[in-house]
Design a protein around this ligand. Structure first.
Ligand SMILES: *[C@@H]1O[C@H](CO)[C@@H](O)[C@H](O)[C@H]1NC(C)=O
Ligand SMILES: *[C@@H]1O[C@H](CO)[C@@H](O)[C@H](O)[C@H]1NC(C)=O
Ligand SMILES: *[C@@H]1O[C@H](CO)[C@@H](O)[C@H](O)[C@H]1NC(C)=O
Ligand SMILES: *[C@@H]1O[C@H](CO)[C@@H](O)[C@H](O)[C@H]1NC(C)=O
Ligand SMILES: *[C@@H]1O[C@H](CO)[C@@H](O)[C@H](O)[C@H]1NC(C)=O
Length: 717
């Protein structure tokens, strides 16, 4: 056979499937990729708009990059700024993705959504972000950013969500001046999440009644000065957390105008004076102003607010008599007034029967027997809720990194993460109701099987955030595929998932996904079309000849052999018996279990079949790490002996050339012989043909040719 004839045939039979990525976007994306490892294996070949995981295009322009939770590692190239039609950029929950953010992101004039939560980006937030005129959603939380908040953020007039929480940001929150913009201009923004930074300065000039904020989360910073009166003008406000700062002075009376407020937390400041009249805040669920210097009498009216669940005023200087009489909220669970100077209490035991803590007050020192029940330091709480797996039987457990799926009682690689509610409207963690609603809304909205959400380790952390460990289980198979991971990660990072209202604002940080870390992560090649184009044709032809000769010789030999060692050949391999040479010496190829390959081809279904021949059938499949593979499954009558099969695997696994469709692994189990190749569809190969040099055409054609020789099948897709 004359190789050139094959080249011509391969070229001539190319169907006209072609989806070109715009040249600038193509080059930019490949440059972005060049600074990453662990990108999806679909990025190793083909056209970005023609099937790269996480890339979405319109008319050949890249409009969306969604790569949440895929264990990306590396830094973000300045070339990201060349993707001029980009609308969505979500790289969240890739904890090995870091370094400084390029200012070129500011060139992305179409960008509406930028989510980098839960990575390790550092350095300053680029001031160029102020150029992102369309930006609606900005989440930079849980990184390592330093420096100040750029005043230019105040120019983002369409911004809805601004989350800078959990970084190392310093300096004051910028307010506009005659020469500089400021965050006071963000009158359309609903969310200011700046908690857990090192912000300093006052809030003077930041707030006005033009604002429409729902959440102000400034807790755990070093902010100082007075709480501004103007805050009371933002009547849309639902959550106000200024706790764990250094605010001084009295709580402004205007707070009493925030009629939509659900949570008021001003704890751990240096606030003085009395509690203002809050009697109009009929939506209030939680009041915490612990650890301050408040004084005077605890206002009786507070306890009658109809939604109120928790009042935490411990560690202040409240004095006089505690009056807890009249129509006390039926919702009220806890009143903590420990360590104040209260001398007596008039508590109507008919209207309030729940927790009241008064230890550390004068009335407890006086040994007044009627106050005894309130003087204990303990809150008698039951165990927090945990999802049940009782239906699976008590003995059921899973090994390795797998967990028990409560919906199927099978073991699977769950997608795990920590959900943090920054101001829940309830405090009782023992009651299952709210959490079962969390489970069911999560499985429904994230399109998972009912019951496949497992919640555990529910507790309030030291920042008064409600933490919930979440495990999500795959609907089919034992692991999520890459596109599912990206989809779920995005739904959780951009708040597409909406928990029940009483959970309040949340953020989610995913753990690295077990099937993507470890063994599979290291093996991805960095082959690009550029690299393919650079390979010399001569080298390719040499390899073709070599492979052809070897395979041909092997095949001839095989036909002459009897089918022996078929009973349990894998057993003797693993036992390392010398009669068939022990386990195969493999370079890069690995063993796949029968079940693994069965799962990734949906039980070898017809829809996954992409070719057949005398040897058996070829199936298309996607491994749990997202690698696309072609699986050659031998028919019983075409099985080789164990030694031949082993030899073939060894040979194929040693031949690693960039032109070749490489062998990823094999299965030799349950009477099956299967070879697993990297899957390069003809369409993908062909996409590279147009517009490339003749040299590259020949090289790609030779890849087709090699694939043809290695396999007795034509991949007819
Ligand atoms: C509560 O609301 C009523 C009716 O709007 C108003 O007259 C009253 O002054 C308010 N009280 C406080 C303390 O703001
Ligand atoms: C309670 O505290 C206020 C403010 O510090 C003070 O004016 C008042 O005299 C105190 N009352 C009692 C009974 O100690
Ligand atoms: C007590 O408060 C509830 C709402 O929490 C209300 O429905 C009820 O009418 C009130 N009763 C009295 C006597 O004010
Ligand atoms: C307790 O409060 C009720 C209702 O305000 C009142 O009638 C009663 O006299 C008070 N008791 C004491 C000992 O102050
Ligand atoms: C990923 O899994 C989902 C759900 O199991 C399935 O619908 C989808 O086709 C899979 N995608 C790929 C690329 O295998």
């Amino acid at each position: 056979m004359e190789p050139r004839l094959f080249l011509l045939l391969a070229l001539a039979s190319a169907p006209a499937v072609f989806c070109a990525t715009n040249a600038q976007d193509d080059a930019a994306l490949r440059d972005v990729m060049s600074q990453w490892t662990n990108y999806p294996s679909s990025w190793n070949s083909g056209d970005p708009c023609g099937g790269w995981d996480g890339v979405m295009c319109v008319d050949g322009r890249v409009t969306s990059l969604r790569l949440s939770s895929v264990n990306l590692a590396g830094t973000l190239s300045t070339s990201i700024g060349q993707l001029s039609q980009l609308v969505f950029l979500d790289l969240s929950f890739n904890k090995d993705l870091g370094g400084p953010l390029p200012g070129q992101i500011g060139n992305l004039q179409q960008l509406t959504t930028l989510i980098l939560a839960g990575c390790t980006f550092n350095g300053e937030i680029p001031t160029e972000f102020g150029n992102l005129q369309e930006l609606w959603f900005l989440a930079l939380n849980s990184n390592q950013f330093t420096g100040g908040i750029p005043p230019s953020i105040g120019l983002l007039s369409k911004l809805f969500w601004l989350d800078l929480a959990d970084n190392q940001l310093t300096g004051a929150i910028p307010v506009s001046t005659s020469t500089s913009p400021g965050l006071n201009q963000l009158v359309n923004t609903k969310h200011f999440h700046f908690n857990k930074n090192k912000l300093t300065g006052t809030l003077d000039g930041l707030f006005s009644s033009k604002m429409t904020l729902l959440h102000i989360l400034f807790d755990s910073n070093q902010l100082s000065g007075l709480i501004p009166d103007e805050l009371g003008g933002i009547t849309t406000l639902e959550v106000l957390r200024l706790d764990r700062n250094s605010f001084v002075g009295a709580i402004p009376a205007t707070i009493g105008n925030l009629v939509k407020l659900n949570e008021l937390n001003l704890a751990s400041n240096k606030l003085t004076g009395s509690v203002p009249d809050l009697s109009n805040l009929t939506n209030l669920n939680v009041v915490s102003i612990a650890s301050g210097q408040l004084s005077g009498q605890v206002p009786n009216g507070l306890f009658t607010l109809p939604q109120l669940q928790q009042v935490v005023l411990n560690n202040n200087q409240f004095n006089g008599t505690l009056e807890m009489t009249g129509n006390i909220s039926s919702q009220l669970q806890t009143v903590n007034l420990m360590d104040n100077q209260i001398v007596s209490a008039n508590v109507s035991v008919t209207s309030y029967k729940n927790t009241l803590l008064l230890a550390g007050n004068l009335l407890c020192a006086e040994q007044d027997p009627t106050s005894k029940p309130y003087c204990s330091k303990q809150q008698q709480n039951g165990a927090p809720y945990i999802s049940s797996t009782a239906q699976c039987g008590s003995a059921r457990s899973c090994s390795g990194n797998q967990n028990l799926d409560p919906s199927s009682c099978g073991c699977a690689f769950s997608y795990n993460g920590k959900m943090v509610f920054r101001a829940p409207f309830f405090t009782d963690l023992t009651s299952g109701g709210p959490f079962q609603l969390l489970e069911s809304t999560m499985s429904a909205q994230l399109q998972l099987r009912p019951g496949s959400v497992y919640l555990s380790d529910i507790h309030f952390d030291s920042d008064s955030y409600l933490q919930v460990q979440v495990k999500l289980f795959p609907t089919s198979g034992t692991a999520f595929n890459l596109s599912e991971l990206i989809r779920i990660g995005f739904d959780l990072s951009n708040q597409a998932y909406k928990p029940p209202k009483n959970f309040g604002p949340y953020f989610f940080i995913a753990d690295p996904y077990a099937p993507l870390s470890g063994a599979v992560a290291g093996k991805k090649s960095k082959m690009s079309t550029g690299a393919i184009a650079g390979i010399a044709v001569a080298g390719g032809l040499l390899v073709i000849a070599l492979i052809f000769t070897s395979i041909f010789a092997l095949r001839q030999k095989r036909r002459a052999r009897q089918l022996k060692d078929r009973a349990d050949p894998f057993g003797s391999w693993s036992a390392g018996q010398k009669d068939n040479g022990g386990a195969p010496q493999l370079k890069g190829a690995r063993f796949f279990s029968f079940d693994e390959l069965k799962n990734c081809t949906t039980n070898f279904s017809d829809s996954h079949e992409i070719g057949s021949g005398g040897y058996g059938k070829v199936y298309r499949g996607t491994l749990v790490d997202g690698t696309r593979v072609a699986i050659k499954r031998a028919q019983p009558n075409s099985m080789q002996g164990a030694v031949e099969f082993k030899n073939e695997i060894e040979l194929l696994s040693r031949v690693h050339h960039r032109n070749l469709v490489s062998l990823i692994g094999f299965c030799y189990e349950q009477g099956e012989q299967m070879l697993v190749y990297e899957y390069i569809s003809n369409g993908t190969l062909r996409e590279n043909l147009a517009g490339k040099s003749l040299k590259s055409k020949l090289t790609i054609a030779s890849m087709n040719l090699i694939a043809y020789f290695l396999s007795p099948f034509r991949l007819n897709c």
